[in-house]
Design a protein around this ligand. Structure first.
Ligand SMILES: [Zn+2]
Length: 523
């Protein structure tokens, strides 16, 4: 059995882990390595879709594996394979599946470049979230996770084929949790939100990859639908955690996973360690209590909540906060679109049109087709608000806006000031610290009081303003407890900048293999 980590070794995110056993070949995740990506690119300097895979190979963002990529992104007259860094041997493989743990782009994004015949196996919720995100985002060839737009080369440039003649191609998904799709779910899956039709595939049920039986386990993470996987090989069970935590509202799911998987006596545990060096654990429940207390102090004023995009668990936390202080929660169209999709397959996620607390905030911009359609449906039911309503009755709302939407305040012009609750992760990078600096400038400009906003120097919120955010990842001691309980023979730490801490902690107790990019581990 061979395990080769092509992404996620010594870095947080970009997981691309190849497992080869008993004649079966599969990937655990195929995400974007944002750490490497952002060393070369930024919002206005991106890989050029006109040159297909060339830019990505040049920077080393994709594994040197023949046989896995789609065939419409190869610029003619270029030996793209010669751009692979010298130290990485080129191999040819034919993967039987990608086991996708969740819909965060650092796990899913570069599926965009894979041959669409490779099945993507994941939970129904992960598939629906991935589709909703793609449907409601601007076209981006690095985010074609669920379906792709066929390209062709014209006058030396790779471009999308003419939209009337060439439909989007949906990838073949296999749902690992046996959820039966309701008719509206089927409709959503096969729907296209723009003029280009979609050649939809009907999802299958996924219980094995080629010859290997697999099991999936729902786990708690900062996105719904997250799964861990176990694959049975002739050398024993291989377990992959994906991203997980114990301290969210659904922490019991992660505990159940640990309990179940320990019964398998795994040979190998491929384990995330984003927070391996941290002991601070703010629980989602604490975020609710802190935010509610703060919101009550902001009586009569506008409250703005800023949290990570797609963090629906946090959105639902603020829905509780809004209820607790008799306000309504204003969400953006893209959040409502995502909630609607998730509601189809996750019972506890409310349909925003039928929920008393949720309203859609109409942004001041020309919307895409799906947005216009959504606004019309919500307007007909009196479920939209605009900047005027918020200006006239700021005390009635909590508005979910992030830094990227902050210019809406120019139209809202909040009278009587207000409160801005930053409910997101620390500012880790230099770039994020610049953004925080800009954010503070906006808040100052509109006289908004800030809570939990990181300091541009340290990247952290002031001591007394912490606890408005709960991390998506399991922390230090809980992580080692999890490993002890699962009791695998070998541990491969991934999705961490500090794999050596695994070696130090587990020394004398079990074998830890710190992976190197592209170097096969033989078991
Ligand atoms: Zn994640």
């Amino acid at each position: 059995m061979l395990v080769t980590v092509y992404g996620g070794a010594g870095v947080i995110g970009g997981n691309k882990i190849l497992l080869e056993a008993d004649g079966t070949t599969l990937f655990f995740d195929f995400g974007i390595n944002y750490d490497l990506w952002s060393q070369y690119f930024e919002e206005y300097l991106k890989p050029r879709s006109s040159r297909g895979l060339l830019d990505l190979f040049e920077i080393g963002l994709l594994p040197p594996l023949k046989g896995i990529y789609r065939d419409d992104l190869w610029p003619s007259g270029e030996d793209v394979w010669s751009r692979i860094p010298q130290y990485m041997p080129i191999r040819e493989i034919h993967p039987d599946a990608v086991l996708l743990s969740h819909a965060h782009l650092d796990h899913s994004g570069h599926i965009s470049f894979l041959n669409p015949t490779i099945p993507i196996m994941c939970s129904t919720a992960t598939a629906f979230i991935a589709k909703a995100i793609q449907d409601s985002a601007r076209a981006d060839f690095e985010k074609e996770v669920c379906y792709l737009v066929p390209r062709e080369e014209k006058e030396g440039l790779i471009t999308a084929q003419e939209w009337r003649r060439s439909p989007k191609v949906q990838r073949q998904f296999e749902f690992v949790d046996g959820v039966e799709l309701p008719p509206e779910g089927e409709k959503f899956w096969q729907d296209s939100t723009d003029g280009r039709k979609i050649k939809a595939t009907y999802p299958k049920e996924g219980l094995r990859v080629n010859s290997l039986p697999i099991r999936s386990f729902p786990v708690d993470h900062s996105i719904y639908g997250a799964s861990a996987f176990a694959v049975e090989t002739s050398q024993g069970w291989v377990v992959y955690t994906g991203d997980l935590r114990l301290h969210g509202k659904r922490g019991n799911l992660s505990r159940k996973f640990v309990e179940e998987v320990s019964k398998l006596k795994p040979a190998l545990l491929i384990c995330e360690g984003s927070n391996v060096d941290s002991e601070v654990v703010f629980e989602e429940q604490m975020v609710l209590e802190r935010a509610l207390k703060a919101a009550k102090q902001g009586e009569g004023q506008l409250i703005i909540a800023d949290f990570g995009p797609r963090n629906i668990e946090r959105l639902l936390t603020f829905r509780e906060v809004a209820r607790g202080c008799h306000r309504r929660l204003g969400i953006l169209a893209k959040d409502a679109f995502l909630l609607e999709a998730m509601h189809l397959v996750i019972e506890e996620v409310p349909h925003p049109l039928k929920d008393d607390t949720l309203v859609v905030y109409r942004e001041v911009k020309r919307g895409e087709n799906w947005e216009k359609d959504l606004y019309a449906r919500y307007q007909a039911k009196g479920k939209t608000i605009g900047p005027q309503e918020v200006r006239q009755h700021p005390e009635d709302y909590i508005l979910c806006l992030s830094f990227w939407d902050i210019n809406e305040l120019i139209d809202v012009r909040p009278a009587r000031g207000g409160m801005y609750v930053y409910s997101s992760s620390e500012a880790f990078s230099e770039e994020q610290r610049f953004d925080v600096k800009r954010l503070r400038k906006w808040l100052e400009h509109f006289g908004l009081m800030s809570l939990g906003v990181p300091d541009p120097q340290t990247g952290k919120a002031a001591e007394e303003e912490q606890g408005f955010h709960a991390s998506g990842h399991i922390a230090g001691s809980q992580l080692f407890e999890l490993i002890e309980t699962i009791d695998p023979q070998i541990v491969v730490p991934i999705h961490t900048e500090k794999p050596h801490l695994f070696s130090e902690h587990l020394r004398n107790r079990r074998r830890v293999i710190e992976p190197e990019v592209g170097v096969a581990i033989e078991i």
